[in-house]
Write a new protein. Structure first.
Lengths: 187, 482
């Protein structure tokens, strides 16, 4: 701004008395303007033609990094399933989880609401332990059942699953052994 | 009698050839709608912090009052401020009365009726659901007609001007009149089904792109260029200083209007919009920094040599803070247009903080400065309570700081918590509602900051009321600066 002249242009007569100086553009301002223009071209060319980036490739890279860092859900589920058991501790821990996350849709006594009841014989997505745990993990997003796999740990899913199964068993008389029985899932 | 020696000498009232009545009309409407719009702002801020304030009635819920707030502050307050300033300054700058007084009045009453129609339909839930273009098609048609009336009167006045050279403020006003007409018409094209309902002619992605081309340029050509025009007239008048650089004013004007139009896609980053269009929105936003700062620089440097008065004169204080917030929000905006930054900021309260640093800081403060200057000059009276103007200034400034800092903190917090993962790669905050609850202290802070801003505006209203009804200054006497 050293080149300031502070010389008035003499337009005041034509602008209601407001004078204007004929000062030049501040150098740093002009520099900033040119810098952003050059940067704009540089960024655009780099993004699209040199690095060949896109939001799809950004997503793919992020997912690949996540897969490398954390075991995929299917593996984690399979690992958790092999440890699954309906024990008293699991049921107690599961009740707390159920109260926090599930009652809004399945109601406190498990008789259902937005989501179905667990106290009857019917299972939409299969009634074996493996089915139930899978439904909880993967959810049914289209119908409003949350995929809990991204929210609860495999251990917590085992616990809340154990709670649901024990209540189901109490209400229907179906034995825990039958529910947990190995073999092909029923659906 | 020109008043080139002192910015606060009252003369316009003694220039009978200018239509000052229309200026006074718009002035009054500005103050009234400003207070109403900000009051609704405080109400919706309270509703977000404290749910019972929704009252459990459909008409008073947040969802219906929010568009009422945005329409009231942007189009009722902002619109009337701009019209007040345009009708006042353009007659003087062009040395001619408005071309047609009847058109001026159709413009005034038409605009106020549109505002009333908006205030009735929005709480009733009648909406087109496009942000800042919510109003249903019959009102859109009315806006178009009233705008044409205004534009005809405006350009006819330009045509009959008694000066050759057009001052830079007029250029900014012109860009406003033309661009808003184009934006409004293109974005509001619908096929009416019933009196209250219509279907947009665009679908899907096209609809989104047209909407944010409109939305962004509503910011650019409703909340920015006309207000820069006002700054170019009222700031040098109030400071009684020459504009720092004529050349800068021309270059930044053309750069601004050219670049703004392309930046809309920064509202649609990481969406179905093609990557190249997203890049376009981002880089044009970055290129907007310097042209925007050109306006800030010309404002601040014009005050060079008047800094002693800036410390004591509330009018100049309002203007300095306004121009500073303008510079701040036009740096923040381009930063938020960067893909990675937007990924964090989008959908969070950070955007709300950005909006209000521009809206409260720039639009609000430059308007207050102009109104305090004008009330004394067009009614030819000193302010009834000069010290209240200072109190208003501090209430507003501290209110803005509280509001925006609370929103930045809230926005960063929720943005970071949404994406945070734990050691096992699961969401660290799986329950969305938990994060929402954690925002509450910040939402209450906003109620506090917003209320301070509102109280200041109400004090201004009372001050003006008393001033206008008070005794006028003796003929030819100098009205003391506040
Ligand atoms: C008393 C002062 C004000 C308060 C308390 C206030 C409060 C609010 C609140 C609570 C919202 C909704 C935020 C959300 O949805 O999360 C909002 C939105 C908005 N306000 Fe204000 N406001 C005030 C003044 C203004 C003024 C003067 C303007 C413009 C000149 C303005 C322009 C806007 C805009 C454009 C939005 C929509 C923002 C978006 O969708 O991103 N506000 N305001
Ligand atoms: C060079 C200048 C500016 C740029 C590049 C810019 C950029 C942005 C960006 C990136 C967003 C966020 C979009 C999103 O993630 O949803 C935004 C939102 C917004 N900005 Fe700015 N901004 C600028 C100046 C301003 C100014 C001066 C004002 C007010 C006077 C303003 C008012 C708004 C409003 C109202 C929104 C909210 C739009 C919505 O409803 O979502 N901006 N701006």
């Amino acid at each position: 701004m050293s080149k300031e002249t502070n010389r008035v242009l003499g337009h005041a007569d034509e602008s209601d008395g407001i004078e204007e100086y004929d000062n030049p553009l501040p150098d740093w301002w002009l520099g900033l303007f040119w810098f952003t223009i050059i940067w704009a071209f540089g960024y655009g060319i780099h993004y699209h033609f040199i690095a060949n980036r896109s939001q799809e490739s950004e997503l793919a890279a992020e997912m690949a990094a996540a897969d490398a860092r954390w075991p995929t859900q299917a593996e984690a589920m399979a690992a958790a399933l092999s440890e699954f058991a309906v024990t008293a501790e699991a049921v107690t821990a599961g009740e707390a989880i159920f109260t926090q996350y599930c009652v809004a849709c399945h109601s406190a006594d498990l008789s259902g609401g937005i989501g179905p009841s667990f106290l009857d014989e019917e299972w939409v997505h299969g009634g074996q332990a493996a089915d139930i745990l899978r439904t909880i993990t993967e959810g049914v997003p289209d119908k409003g059942m949350v995929p809990w796999g991204g929210i609860l740990s495999p251990e917590q899913i085992n616990q809340v699953g154990a709670y649901v199964m024990s209540k189901h068993s109490e209400a229907t008389g179906r034995s825990i052994e039958d529910i947990v029985a190995a073999g092909a899932p029923s659906a | 009698m020109e008043q080139s020696t002192s910015g606060t000498v009252a003369t316009p009232a003694s220039r009978p050839d200018y239509d000052m009545d229309i200026v006074k009309k718009f002035f009054t409407a500005t103050v009234v709608w400003g207070i109403v719009g900000m009051l609704v702002g405080v109400v919706i801020a309270l509703q977000l912090a404290w749910r019972p304030a929704n009252l459990g009635l459909p008409w008073t819920t947040f969802g219906r009052l929010r568009p009422l707030h945005t329409n009231a502050v942007v189009f009722a307050f902002g619109g009337n401020v701009v019209f007040t300033g345009i009708y006042h300054s353009m007659q003087r700058l062009l040395k001619t009365r408005m071309w047609n007084d009847t058109l001026s009045r159709i413009h005034f009453w038409g605009w106020q009726l549109i505002i009333v129609a908006a205030a009735v339909t929005l709480p009733l839930g009648l909406t087109q659901s496009k942000e800042y273009a919510e109003l249903i098609w019959p009102i859109d048609v009315a806006i178009t007609l009233v705008w044409v009336v205004f534009a005809v009167n405006f350009f006819a006045t330009v045509a009959i001007r008694k000066v050759e050279h057009m001052y830079v403020a007029i250029w900014f006003y012109m860009s406003f009149v033309i661009t808003i007409a184009v934006l409004h018409i293109v974005n509001s094209l619908v096929i009416p089904a019933t009196l209250f309902r219509s279907y947009p002619i665009y679908a899907g992605l096209t609809d989104a792109l047209v909407q944010w081309w409109y939305g962004h340029n509503a910011v650019g050509f409703f909340l920015t260029t006309p207000f820069l025009g006002l700054m170019y007239y009222y700031l040098p008048r109030a400071a009684d200083r020459p504009v720092y650089s004529y050349r800068l004013s021309i270059i930044h004007f053309w750069a601004l209007v050219f670049l703004y139009i392309w930046a809309g896609p920064h509202h649609l980053l990481y969406s179905a919009l093609p990557d190249w269009a997203q890049t376009l929105g981002m880089v044009f936003s970055i290129m907007l920094i310097a042209p925007s700062w050109g306006g800030m620089l010309n404002g601040l440097l014009t005050l060079k040599g008047a800094w002693d008065r800036v410390r004591t004169d509330p009018i100049l204080k309002f203007m300095v803070v306004a121009v500073s917030f303008y510079g701040m929000s036009t740096f923040e905006g381009p930063m938020m247009s960067i893909r990675a930054v937007n990924g964090l900021a989008h959908y969070t309260n950070w955007v709300i903080g950005h909006v209000h640093s521009g809206a409260l800081g720039w639009v609000g403060m430059i308007s207050f400065g102009m109104l305090y200057w004008m009330v004394q000059n067009i009614w030819n009276r000193p302010l009834a309570y000069p010290s209240w103007a200072s109190h208003h200034f501090w209430l507003a400034t501290i209110g803005i700081v509280i509001y925006t800092v609370a929103m930045w903190a809230a926005g960063l917090m929720e943005g970071l918590q949404w994406r945070a993962l734990d050691d096992a790669g699961r969401l660290a905050n799986p329950i969305f509602l938990d994060i929402t609850h954690r925002l509450n202290p910040f939402l209450w802070l906003r109620v506090v900051g917003g209320s301070m801003y509102l109280v200041g505006a109400v004090m201004m209203g009372i001050n003006f009321w008393k001033t206008i009804r008070g005794p006028s200054a003796p003929a030819g006497a100098r009205v003391e600066g506040v």
